[in-house]
Ligand binder design. Structure first.
Ligand code: RET
Length: 288
């Protein structure tokens, strides 16, 4: 009973399993690559915004904000990981009495980044105010409820399975609500896009489902057992999901609004695309 209570208090399976040197190093490497990638792309997104028509510049600028916010959060996870284990006789033992690892900070970070990612989508698809605010809010409300109910549920991952599963299901209901709202924005995106770009919102839809869908899988993983492989694979899933739903997503949206800028007659964007078929088509339409 005492042991169970102690386990429940620890909150994260990372504090219950001993890792091999390989598993510990893999975890460090995954977290390091994650924060490194996010920080590196701050500069890219800021510079990229200069090529865009003014109404779209905020799209990559928001990606830069997401990169900084996620980068800091992942750097924190990396530092926590490093200080949560001690090397004893060739294995890494959790130091839970002093310092304990948690993925809960990620949920705090998503509370900031997810509303930004969703708002970016509505801006990129050219939705005008006040409809923009309405649509953004309609996505943000279920998204934040999804994150906070999931945050509450994940504290049960060390063995309180009813808490874990009930709140996991409630969170999934909010996720389904969010998906419906995103679908609505995608439809507006298809309707609003110039003919040459109508495939982009449709592809972004499938990309959204595939990348955001990784998070609930990572959440559910501790039910497969408490061992080093599960711990490392979960960090890997979070990392793949983070890089694709924030960084690569930002690249896709930026490329889309670059094309839109060019098609709407913004010369620096057309020049930036000059070597692509779309860029030369726009340039020849202008008569040069
Ligand atoms: C939780 C709890 C279990 C059920 C579901 C979840 C969904 C999480 C998602 C998170 C997306 C995060 C993003 C972060 C970017 O910074 C909360 C894990 C459905 C979809 C995109």
């Amino acid at each position: 009973m005492i042991a169970e209570q102690a386990v429940a208090q620890l909150g994260s399976i990372e504090n219950l399993v001993t890792l091999t040197a390989e598993q510990f190093t893999s975890g460090s490497l995954i977290l390091m690559v994650s924060y490194g990638a996010h920080f590196a792309f701050i500069l890219f997104f800021l510079m990229m915004s200069l090529q865009l028509a003014p109404r779209y510049r905020i799209v990559p600028i928001l990606s830069a904000v997401v990169m900084a916010s996620a980068g800091l959060s992942l750097l924190r996870e990396f530092n926590l990981w490093q200080s949560s284990y001690e090397l004893v006789a060739g294995v890494y033992r959790p130091l839970a009495e002093n310092q304990s690892f948690t993925n809960a900070f990620r949920y705090g970070n998503w509370t900031i980044t997810v509303p930004i990612l969703l708002t970016q989508l509505a801006i990129a698809f050219g939705i005008a105010r006040p409809d923009l605010h309405k649509r953004a809010l309609r996505m943000i409300v279920p998204a934040v409820l999804m994150i906070w109910t999931g945050l509450y549920g994940q504290f049960g991952e060390t063995g309180d399975w009813s808490r874990f599963n009930i709140w996991g299901v409630i969170s999934t209901i909010f996720f389904v609500w969010l998906i419906i709202e995103v679908r609505g924005v995608i439809s507006i995106g298809v309707a609003n896009s110039p003919a040459e770009l109508k495939a982009w919102p449709k592809n972004i839809w499938w990309y959204f489902l595939a990348t955001w869908g990784i998070y609930p899988i990572a959440y559910a993983l501790p039910q497969l057992g408490f061992n080093g492989d599960v711990v490392v694979i979960r960090q890997l899933l979070f990392s793949v999901a983070d890089i694709s739903s924030k960084l690569i997503y930002g690249l896709i949206l930026s490329r889309y609004v670059l094309r839109r800028s060019a098609l709407e007659g913004y010369v620096p964007a057309a020049e930036a695309l000059e070597t692509s078929p779309l860029g030369s088509a726009v340039a020849s339409r202008r008569g040069d």
